[in-house]
Design a protein around this ligand. Structure first.
Ligand code: AMP
Length: 577
C-alpha cells in the first residue's frame, strides 16, 4: 500500500501521531489553547475581556464569555467590511466562509484562514488512514459530487465562499486527494461550473467514462449522492448517447465546461452499450452503483444527523457496496474524525482531534417537561459517557467559546479523547406548549410512518415540518413528498402514526389535553423538494453543504411558500381522539 502512496503521506504515521495526541488529549488541549491565544494576543476581542496575555484554561473560561454567532455578527461584519485593525485575530482575516444557512434559513459569515484549510486536511488524512486499513484502495479516481460555489468579494474586498469551496480551491486539497489516491475524476471546470445541474450531469458523465478506475463515490453530505443518482435515473439514456457518439448533450451550455469535457469525451459505443444494458437489467435501480462502477470500494460522505433519512435510498443504489460515514465538522471548523469506519453509518462516532481547536461541552441534562437544563461547560477530557452536550468551539480563525448549536452524545473514548455521536441541531422545533421535540424525534416519527408506506411499495422522498402557531392551539404540520400515490386511508394512517410516534412526554401530555392541536400531514407534489433545493442554490448555497431544513420557521418564508404552493392534500390526525 505504502509504495502506492508515492511521495504522499504515510497513513501509519498519521495513525501513530493521532494515537499519541489522543493519549495525551488534556495536555494537547491546554497547549492548543495556549497557541491560539498567543497567536491572537493582539486581537481586540481578547483584550476586551481582560485576558492580559494569560493563556491558561481557567483564566480563559473565567474571562471570555460563551457566545453565539449572533453575538459575533457585528464584529465579523466589520471584518467583512474591510476593517484593518485586529478585531478577532492577530493576523488579518482574508477570507470569509458562508455557512449553508439551511438549518436556520439565514446564511452566516464566518472568518476563515489557512489554519482551517490545514485542519481540514488533518481530519481528511486521519480518517483516511483508519479507513484505508479496513478498506484499502488502489490507485484510482473518485467520483466526487463536489461543487465550488461562486466566490464573491465582500464590501471590504475579502473573498467569500462556502467552506468547501474555499477548501476545494486550495492547493493542499488537490495534493491531499492525490495522496489519498482519490483525485476527483471530473475536471475543475465541472467542479467550479456556474450551473450545478450542468456540473452534476458532467460529474455523472466523467464517472461513467472512468468507470473502471473509480474507487470511491463521495460527497460531503450523503444527500448529494442520493440526489445525483436520482438525477441519473432521469438522464441515463442521454449520458449513454453522449458516450456512444462522443458528443456532449446540448443541455451543457457553459463554454468552459464544454471545452474541458471535449478533452475527455470520445466516442465509445461499446461502453455506451454496456452501461445501457446494465441499466436495463436493474430492478427499480437496485444496486445501480455496484453495476456502474465495478471497482468501487466504498461510498463515502456524512450520513449521520439530518442525512440519516437518505440512507435507505443510498443502500438501495449501493447494492453490496459498503457505506462509510464521513467526519464531523462545520463552517466554523472540523471537530472529529470517524476512526471506526466499519461501524454502520447510523452508529458512526467522531473522535475529537485535540490539536485542531479548543473544545468545551455544555452538559444538557434532561429535566423532564422543563426541557434540557444547561450547566457549566466542561473540558474535552471531562465529559461523561452517556451524557449529551452542546459543542463549544475555540478555533484558530477568531472564534472564542463559540456555541455551535449541535447536540452530541459521548459514547466512549478513543484513548483520552471522546468519541461523539451526532444527535441533532439544537432548538430546531420551537415549543408550542411544554413539548421539546428535536429534529431527531421528528425523523423517528416520520420513519415510523414511512414503514406504512413501504408496505405500499412507496417511499418518502423527503420531508420537513412547520410549527404552526396561527391556529389555536398551535400544532405541528408535516410536509412530505412521496414517490407515488397512496390512498387517503393510508395517508390518514400515516398522519396518525406520526402524531402518536412522538415519545416526548411534554408533547404527548399536551396532545392529550389538547394544549397542542392535532398534527397535520400535508402531501406535496413530486419535485417540491427539488424546488427547495433550487431555491437554496439560487441563494448561493452549494449541493455540498445542503441540508434540508427539518423545521421551517417564519424567517424562511420563501421555503414555506414553496411548500404551501405545492400541497396536494392535507390530513388531520385523530390519534388523540
Ligand atoms: P454548515 O453550517 O453548513 O457548515 O454545516 C455544519 C453543520 O452540519 C454542523 O454544525 C452539523 O449540524 C452538521 N454536520 C456536520 N457534520 C456532521 C456529521 N458528521 N453528522 C451530522 N451532522 C453533521
Amino acid at each position: 500500500m505504502l509504495e502506492k502512496m508515492e511521495k504522499g503521506f504515510d497513513p501509519e504515521e498519521v495513525i501513530e501521531e493521532f494515537e499519541a495526541l489522543t493519549k495525551d488529549a488534556k495536555r494537547v488541549q491546554v497547549e492548543t489553547l495556549k497557541r491560539i491565544l498567543k497567536e491572537n494576543s493582539e486581537a481586540e476581542y481578547l483584550k476586551k475581556w481582560g485576558l492580559d496575555g494569560k493563556t491558561d484554561t481557567e483564566s480563559y473560561s473565567t474571562c471570555v464569555p460563551l457566545v453565539t454567532h449572533k453575538d459575533l455578527e457585528p464584529l465579523i461584519q466589520q471584518i467583512a467590511d474591510g476593517a484593518t485593525h485586529p478585531i478577532l485575530t492577530g493576523k488579518p482575516i482574508t477570507t470569509i466562509t458562508l455557512s449553508s444557512g439551511t438549518t436556520e434559513g439565514k446564511r452566516k459569515f464566518v472568518p476563515f484562514n489557512d489554519e482551517l484549510t490545514e485542519t481540514t486536511m488533518q481530519i481528511y488524512r486521519t480518517s483516511f488512514a483508519y479507513r484505508n486499513r479496513e478498506f484499502p484502495i488502489g490507485n484510482g479516481k473518485a467520483l466526487s459530487f463536489i461543487y465550488g460555489s461562486k466566490q464573491f468579494k465582500t464590501k471590504g474586498g475579502l473573498l467569500a465562499g462556502t467552506a468547501t469551496s474555499n477548501v476545494y480551491r486550495s492547493a493542499q486539497f488537490k495534493k491531499t486527494m492525490k495522496d489519498m489516491q482519490t483525485p476527483c475524476c471530473s475536471p475543475d471546470e465541472v467542479i467550479f461550473g456556474p450551473d450545478f445541474h450542468q456540473s452534476l450531469y458532467c460529474h455523472l458523465l466523467c464517472g461513467l467514462i472512468f468507470r473502471d478506475e473509480i474507487q470511491v463515490i463521495s460527497s460531503t453530505f450523503a444527500h448529494s449522492i442520493v440526489h445525483s443518482f436520482r438525477s441519473f435515473e432521469l438522464v441515463w439514456e442521454e449520458l449513454c448517447s453522449d458516450i456512444k457518439t462522443g458528443t456532449l448533450s446540448t443541455r451543457i451550455t457553459v463554454p468552459t465546461i464544454r471545452t474541458a469535457m471535449a478533452k475527455i469525451l470520445k466516442p465509445n459505443p461499446e461502453l455506451a452499450y454496456k452501461i445501457h444494458e446494465k441499466c436495463l437489467s436493474l430492478s427499480n435501480w437496485y444496486g445501480l452503483i455496484e453495476e456502474l462502477f465495478p471497482n468501487v470500494k466504498y461510498i463515502y460522505g456524512i450520513m449521520t444527523g439530518s442525512m440519516e433519512p437518505y440512507l435507505k435510498k443510498l443502500r438501495h443504489y449501493a447494492g453490496g457496496i459498503p457505506l462509510l460515514s464521513a467526519d464531523y465538522g462545520s463552517s466554523e471548523g472540523w471537530i472529529g474524525a470517524n476512526v471506526n469506519p466499519t461501524r454502520p453509518p447510523e452508529m458512526a462516532t467522531f473522535a475529537v482531534l485535540p490539536h485542531i481547536g479548543y473544545f468545551e461541552f455544555i452538559p444538557l441534562r434532561d429535566a423532564g417537561p422543563l426541557g434540557r437544563v444547561e450547566t457549566r461547560p466542561v473540558g474535552l477530557t471531562d465529559v461523561q459517557v452517556g451524557e449529551e452536550y452542546e459543542v463549544v468551539v475555540t478555533n484558530f480563525a477568531g472564534l472564542y467559546r463559540y456555541r455551535l448549536g449541535d447536540v452530541v452524545k459521548v459514547v466512549g473514548f478513543h484513548n483520552s479523547t471522546p468519541e461523539l455521536q451526532f444527535i441533532c441541531r439544537k432548538d430546531i422545533m420551537p415549543a408550542i406548549n411544554i413539548d421539546k421535540n428535536t429534529e431527531k424525534d421528528l425523523q423517528l416519527s416520520v420513519e415510523a410512518a414511512a414503514k406504512l408506506l413501504a408496505a405500499e411499495k412507496l417511499e418518502v422522498v423527503d420531508f420537513t415540518s412547520q410549527v404552526d402557531l396561527s391556529s389555536d392551539p398551535g400544532h405541528y404540520v408535516i410536509f412530505w413528498e412521496v414517490s407515488g400515490n397512496a390512498s387517503d386511508e393510508v395517508f390518514k394512517e400515516c398522519c396518525n402514526c406520526i402524531d402518536s410516534a412522538f415519545v416526548d412526554a411534554g408533547y404527548v401530555s399536551s396532545r392529550k389535553v389538547q394544549a397542542i392541536g392535532p398534527l397535520e400531514l400535508k402531501t406535496l407534489k413530486r419535485g417540491t423538494f427539488q424546488k427547495i433545493l433550487d431555491h437554496y442554490v439560487g441563494l448561493g448555497c452549494t449541493l455540498n453543504q445542503f441540508k434540508m431544513p427539518r423545521c421551517v420557521g417564519p424567517v424562511n418564508d420563501r421555503v414555506l411558500r414553496i411548500l404551501c404552493d405545492n400541497v396536494v392534500k392535507s390530513y388531520i390526525s385523530s390519534a388523540f381522539g
